[in-house]
Write a protein that binds this ligand. Structure first.
Ligand code: BMX
Ligand code: CA
Ligand code: ZN
Length: 312
């Protein structure tokens, strides 16, 4: 009883699953996201839903997408990484699969899953989530409800400005958090330091045969685990910026719990340790008042999918 399908659309993959009311995933399937072709992306989503619906009695579908979703949760207004502009996704998918559909921001969907079933399930009131991935996703729960904002675009936490006039962002501004804390920033920091101080990047350079351009996220994690100073330093820079943002959230919302998720937290303490240290250091209330505990997410890469399904 009460089965729904959740679909998480990222820059590289479309991940779908059948989810029950306890948040358990009963079946799962995935496709590659067609590069920058919005029409084909919708076709992939439809394929995923049809495949999953064939074996189960499904009540509704929830879709999590990285971008600005309108207040009626039907239109993807702006999604630079998925090449969508004012895409009427809900109606397109409903017409194809004959089920009710809700569209939600991917960070909001992951937040809902962690609040209901994951790292924030013991919080009864408020939680904030940051996902560190291709971008920085965000979500806010206050009073047990997701905060969507007047126009549907609240909790775009990746686009808080950290550095006025800083690194250009896909949103059109400069210096957004996402440009200092997401996967691409980690790679940018590591490449710059490996070029500047190759003598401190021995393990990192060995892993890429001396080719700095070949450095990827997973190479940095691997090198950092081998003790590479540049790789460890790249995580420290990302963690330091993240900690500043976590402390700012306390000033604005004072939530019960702050959760950090997304693919980059697979690096564990390499990211979480400097993030926590910077958080403690940046808090105005440090040592004077109780503040939100910072925890790693628990649901891994199914969070967006499970959250979208539960919201449906
Ligand atoms: C982007 C963003 C968010 C999204 C976040 C996470 C826009 C319009 N979109 O910051 O809506 O939640 O990325 O994306 O800029 P992910 O690809 O890392 O999951
Ligand atoms: Ca969000
Ligand atoms: Zn931005």
């Amino acid at each position: 009883m009460g089965l729904t399908i959740g679909v998480d659309i990222g820059g590289t993959k479309v991940l779908g699953g059948v989810v029950d009311s306890a948040g358990d995933v009963l079946a799962q399937t995935r496709r590659d996201t067609p590069a920058q072709d919005p029409a084909q992306t919708a076709d992939r989503i439809i394929e995923v839903i049809q495949e999953l619906a064939a074996g189960h009695a499904i009540d509704a579908v929830g879709i999590g997408a990285a971008g600005w979703i309108d207040a009626t949760r039907s239109i993807v207004q702006f999604a630079p990484n998925l090449a969508w502009r004012n895409e009427p996704l809900r109606d397109k998918i409903t017409a194809a699969v004959g089920l009710p559909v809700v569209v939600e921001n991917d960070g909001n969907a992951a937040t809902w899953a962690e609040f209901q079933f994951g790292a924030g399930r013991d919080a009864d009131n408020s939680m904030v989530l940051f996902t560190v991935g291709t971008g920085i996703g965000g979500g806010i729960v206050i009073g047990g409800n997701l905060v969507r904002g007047t126009n549907g675009i609240a909790a775009e936490l990746g686009h808080m400005m950290m550095v006025p006039g800083g690194h250009p962002c896909g949103c059109g501004r400069h210096g957004c958090l996402e440009q200092y804390t997401a996967g691409p920033a980690l790679i940018r920091f590591a490449k710059a330091d490996a070029r500047e101080k190759p003598e401190l990047a021995e393990q990192l350079l060995a892993l890429v045969g001396g080719d700095v351009d070949a450095i990827r996220g997973h190479t940095i994690t691997e090198a950092a685990r081998l003790g590479d100073a540049v790789a460890i330093g790249a995580f420290e820079q990302v963690g330091r910026w993240l900690g500043v943002a976590l402390a700012d959230i306390v000033q604005i919302l004072d939530p019960q719990v702050i959760v950090v998720g997304g693919g980059v937290i697979d690096a564990g303490d390499l990211l979480m340790k400097p993030a926590r240290a910077s958080y403690e250091d940046q808090l105005a209330q440090r040592g004077r008042l109780p503040v939100a505990e910072v925890r790693p997410a628990l649901l891994g890469n199914v969070a967006g999918m499970v959250g979208a399904a539960d919201l449906a």
